[in-house]
Design a protein around this ligand. Structure first.
Ligand code: AMP
Length: 398
């Protein structure tokens, strides 16, 4: 069974084609700069070979048709007919309260319900929905499945997801914490339980997703019970260009005193804050390089970044009562021994003891990095959101 996974952004389309049940990736790739004068295609083959070229891609329909022709035509074709692709799994950022599980998109009515949620994620959902509409046209006989970033967090209790603002904001507009990166948190938490041989229903963990976006989740008995992002992916940890938690009165100051309009505030908070706001750049590798060279801005940013993660570990330790594992994942979590060491330093109070040698090992495999007498297992588990979307798609289709 061949399953195509699509992650449609506002000007990009990421894809991966899986062969199940082997879970083999046949090809993967990315179409970028959709809608610009020149788009860019990068297509990675199973052989390790990569094809890159520029082409005019005025919209997502043309982008997906280009992907389909890469899959179907020429000497690198991996399918003979579009009907060989039995399902298309789509990443959809926001499922609101309506969609708490992967969903088969089989009618205009369900698409309409998805569209109605776009007000909660105006930067992401419209592009995700375009991806579904286009895939329905290009692969008309494939089952279309939406897998939501928010779904894993639909188990948050009400006293966690509600904000202490007037009730009508929740009742009439759905304003509450939803949480994001759910597919990644679910994947690494469930992989972590499997890796340690602990039954998922008894598994308590704190998963720390540190990529360009960053978030943490308290996982109790295999379920999300608290998470650092809220209504949108802006709150919680310090990220590449988003601030994480801050006093919301700052927004009033920006408007009332600095006379910024809401679009300027939006851009300041979503694109110019976080590590970017503190150091001028959002790539953590560059900032660590500057840190090593005693750049004071980089040093402050790294201290803030690590401190915020540690604060959430403290909070989630209390939420969980008992922690089997702390799991690091995504670009920074999987690759930066320095950040992991900073996060785990001096946490004897929680029985957390990092092994510096194990931590320093550079590997792409799931691994343990704690000392033998650490009460909490410390894991590095590479995330794989596309595989998780494929797994969920197959599970739904039986
Ligand atoms: P992601 O969004 O998961 O692709 O992660 C992107 C982030 O991971 C960027 O901030 C990168 O700088 C960071 N990153 C990737 N590799 C490393 C590394 N070896 N050390 C530190 N940060 C890294």
């Amino acid at each position: 069974m061949k399953i195509l996974i699509l992650n449609a952004g506002s000007s990009s389309l990421k894809y991966q084609l899986f062969e199940f049940p082997d879970k083999k990736v046949l090809v993967s790739g990315l179409v970028e700069k959709i809608g610009e004068t020149m788009g860019r295609v990068k297509h990675d083959l199973l052989t390790g070979q990569s094809i890159s070229y520029e082409i005019e891609v005025s919209n997502h329909q043309i982008a997906l048709e280009e992907v389909a022709s890469l899959l179907l035509k020429g000497k690198n074709a991996v399918v003979h007919d579009t009907d060989e692709i039995q399902a298309v799994g789509h990443r959809v950022v926001h499922g609101g309260e309506k969609f708490s599980a992967p969903t088969l998109i089989h009618s205009e009515e369900i698409l309409g319900e998805l569209r109605d949620l776009s007000y909660l994620a105006p930067l992401h959902n419209p592009a995700n929905i375009t991806g579904i509409e286009v895939a329905m046209r290009v692969f008309p006989n494939a089952k279309q499945v939406a897998v939501f970033d928010t779904a894993f967090h639909q188990t948050l209790p009400d006293y966690v997801y509600r904000y202490a603002v007037p009730n009508e904001l929740y009742n009439e507009h759905g304003l509450r914490a939803y949480g994001f990166h759910g597919t990644s948190h679910q994947y690494v938490a469930w992989e972590g339980a499997r890796f340690l041989g602990i039954d998922l229903v008894r598994f308590n963990a704190i998963s720390i997703h540190l990529g360009n976006g960053c978030s943490m989740t308290a996982v109790k008995e295999g379920k999300s019970v608290d998470t650092s992002m809220g209504l949108t992916p802006m709150g919680g940890l310090i990220m590449g260009s988003r601030p994480g938690d801050f006093d919301p009165s700052l927004i009033l100051f920006l408007g009332k005193t600095l006379k910024m309009d809401l679009n300027e505030v939006d851009s300041l908070l979503n694109k110019k804050s976080g590590l970017k706001g503190l150091t001028g750049e959002n790539d953590l590798r560059e900032i660590l390089h500057r840190y090593d060279n005693h750049d004071p801005l980089a040093q402050l940013a790294i201290h803030m970044y690590i401190y915020r993660i540690r604060k959430y570990i403290g909070a989630y330790a209390v939420v969980l009562g008992r922690i089997d594992a702390i799991i690091f994942t995504a670009g920074v979590g999987e690759n930066s021994a320095f950040i992991r060491e900073g996060v785990c330093a001096d946490l004897d109070i929680l029985g957390i003891k990092l092994d510096r040698q194990l931590n320093a090992v550079d590997s792409k495999a799931a691994r343990e990095i704690q000392q033998a007498d650490s009460l909490v297992k410390l894991l590095v588990i590479p995330t794989n959101e596309e595989l998780e979307i494929a797994n969920e798609t197959v599970k739904l289709l039986g």
